[in-house]
Design a protein. Sequence first.
Length: 331
Amino acid sequence: MHHVIATDDNLIKRGLTIVSCCSLCGSSYEIVTHLFLRCPFIMQYWKWLSSLLGMPLDLSNFDSLLGMCNKGWSPQLHDLIIAAIVNILWKVWKCRNNVRFNDIYPYFSRDMIYVKSLIHQAAHYSKGHMYSSIKEFSILKHFGVDCQPPPPPSIKQVNWIMPPSFWVKCNTDGASRGSPGISSCGGIFRDHIGTFLGAFSANIGVATSLYGEICAAIYAIEFASAKGWTRLWLECDSILLVQVFTDVNVVPWKLKVKWKNYLHIIRNFHFRFSHIYREENTCADRLANAGFFVDGLVWWDQLSSCSRENFFRDRVGLSNYRFLLILFWWV
C-alpha cells in the first residue's frame, strides 16, 4: 500500500486523497498538521519547550509557532528557539519513518537527550547576544550554551562648539509631556567666545515634540531678526527639525504658513543650521524644561539659574559623554 501524508484535512473529507493512520499514535489521520503540531507524541516535545520558555505555544499553524521566536527574545535566544523547533520537527519525522519502515518505536526520554544535544550544537554557533535576564540565562544553561552578553556601549566625547567670529549661535530645544501633551521650548544665544547674549523659554500648550522644536526655531529667528543678529547659526538635537528646513511638508499644518514666512526672513541672513547630540545641547534642554513653568514667552536678559552650570561647562570646553549601544543583527 502506498502511504501519503496529506497537507489539508479538507482533501480527506472530500475524498480527494487517501491517507493512513498516524504511525506514532494510531488515533488520527496522518496529515502534516497532526503529525507535527497535534500528535500526542510530538505534544510531549511542545509541552517540554513551553515549560522551558515559560510561555504557551501557539500550535494552530506553523507560522504561529515560528512567530513566537520574535516575542521579545534576544538574538541568541531567538537562534536557540529556532534550533529547538527545527530539531524537534526533524526528530519526529525520523521517529515516524522508523515506525513506518523499520518497525522501531520511539522512546521519548532517550530521544529527548538526543534532541537536546542537537539544540546545543546548533545554538553554540549563534553569533547573537543575550539580554540581561535571569530567564534567558537559565534557558541557555539548561542546554549548556555559553552566554554571550551584549557588547559594551561605545563612549563618544562631545563638546559644544563656539561659532566663528561675528556669528551668533542659538541652541534650541523642544519638550513635550506626551504626544501630544503639554509642551514647551527654549533657546540660548551665544557669540564666538561663548558670551551669553540672551535666552528664551516658552510654554506652547498642548502639542507634539516636533511642534515644540519648530516653535523654538521660529522664536530663535524672530529674536535674532529683532536684535540684528543676521549671522545666525541655529543648532538643535532634533533630526526631524533638520528635515523641516528641506521639506516643508513635514511641518504641522498649524505652523506651515508661519514657517514659510520665517524661511523667507532667513534668506536675508548669513544662516547656518546643524544637528548635534542631546548631550551637547544641555543649556537649551534646561531652558525648554523651564518653559513648562512660565506663562507664554519669556526672554532672559540674565543667565537663568537652571542653565548656569551647563553654560559655564560649555564655555570652558568641558566635555560631556554619549553612550552608544552597538547593535548587531543577523538575518
